[in-house]
Write a new protein. Structure first.
Length: 255
C-alpha cells in the first residue's frame, strides 16, 4: 500500500492524485467508510475483461448499507433482486452509476476525459459531473452487483452533516453553470427557495424545527428537514455571493 498526501484541495483533487499515482490499467475508487467483499476486486476486473473493446468505460458495483460496522459479516448483504433491477434501470444514469464509493474505470479513458474537475470543492457532484462527461463522450456504464462494498455508518455530528449538504448546494450551482440543461434538476426555483423563506418569515420556522430536534435528537425526519434547508441555503449563497448568511454553527445555535 502506498499513501499520498496533499494540502486540502477538495475531493476531485484527491481522486485525481490517486489516479495519477496508480500503476495499474484499471482504477477502483472507494470511500473511506467501506469494506470490500473478498471478491470485489476480482468482479470489477472480470467485468472489464468481458467488456474489453466495447464502449463500456466504467463499472459500478453494489453498495451494501450495513449500518454499524459491527454488523459486518453478521448476515448476507448481497444485492436483492429489487436492487439488481434498480441498478439495471439506472445503468446509464451518471448521477446513480458514477458514485465513487464503488466504481472502476480504465485509466487511459479517465485521463482522456481529463479526470475529475477540480473546480468542485467540498462535498458533492464531482463524480456525477465526471460521469456526465463520460456519457457525452460516447461511453457507457456497466452494473455488476457481485462487486460488493459494505458501507458502514460514520458517526458524524449533525453540524458536520448539515455543512456537507451546504457544500453540496455550492457544487450544485457549479454543476448547473457547467451543464445548464442537466443542471436544472439540481438548481431550480424550488431548490432556491430556502433563502427567500428565511428572509420572508425570519427564523421562526427554523427555530421551531431546532427546538423539536433538541427534544428528539434522533428524529430522522427533523434531521432531514434541517439538512435540506442547509442544502438550499448553500444554493442561495452560491447564486448570490454577496449575501451575508449565518454559518452552519450559527444556524444550529438559534434558540
Amino acid at each position: 500500500m502506498r499513501y499520498y498526501r496533499q494540502e486540502h484541495a477538495g475531493r476531485a483533487a484527491a481522486l485525481n492524485l490517486g489516479c495519477k499515482n496508480s500503476r495499474g490499467n484499471i482504477v477502483l475508487f472507494i470511500d473511506s467508510h467501506g469494506l470490500l467483499d473478498a471478491s470485489c476486486l476480482d468482479e470489477h476486473y472480470k467485468a472489464h475483461l468481458k467488456t474489453e473493446g466495447s464502449d463500456v468505460a466504467l463499472v459500478f458495483g453494489h453498495l451494501a448499507l450495513i449500518g454499524d460496522i459491527a454488523n459486518f459479516g453478521r448476515k448476507d448483504f448481497s444485492a436483492t433482486k429489487q436492487q439488481q433491477k434498480w441498478m439495471l434501470k439506472h445503468e446509464q444514469d451518471p448521477f446513480r452509476a458514477c458514485k465513487t464509493g464503488n466504481v472502476s474505470i480504465r485509466k487511459t479513458i479517465l485521463e482522456k476525459i481529463g479526470g475529475f474537475d477540480e473546480d468542485f470543492k467540498g462535498y458533492g457532484f464531482e463524480d456525477a459531473e465526471f460521469g456526465l462527461r463520460l456519457k457525452k463522450a460516447g461511453y457507457r456504464f456497466k452494473a455488476n452487483w457481485l462487486a460488493t462494498i459494505y458501507v458502514f455508518s460514520l458517526h458524524q455530528t449533525l453540524a458536520g452533516r448539515c455543512q456537507k449538504m451546504r457544500e453540496a448546494g455550492h457544487n450544485a450551482v457549479l454543476f448547473r453553470k457547467k451543464h445548464p440543461w442537466i443542471g436544472l434538476q439540481l438548481v431550480n426555483p424550488i431548490s432556491r427557495s430556502a433563502y427567500y423563506l428565511y428572509t420572508l418569515f425570519g427564523q421562526a420556522r427554523l427555530k421551531q424545527v431546532l427546538r423539536k430536534l433538541r427534544l428528539s435528537p434522533d428524529n430522522k425526519l427533523l434531521q432531514n428537514k434541517l439538512r435540506n434547508f442547509c442544502h438550499s441555503l448553500g444554493i442561495a449563497e452560491a447564486l448570490h455571493p454577496k449575501l451575508k448568511l449565518p454559518t452552519t454553527e450559527e444556524l444550529l445555535a438559534l434558540n
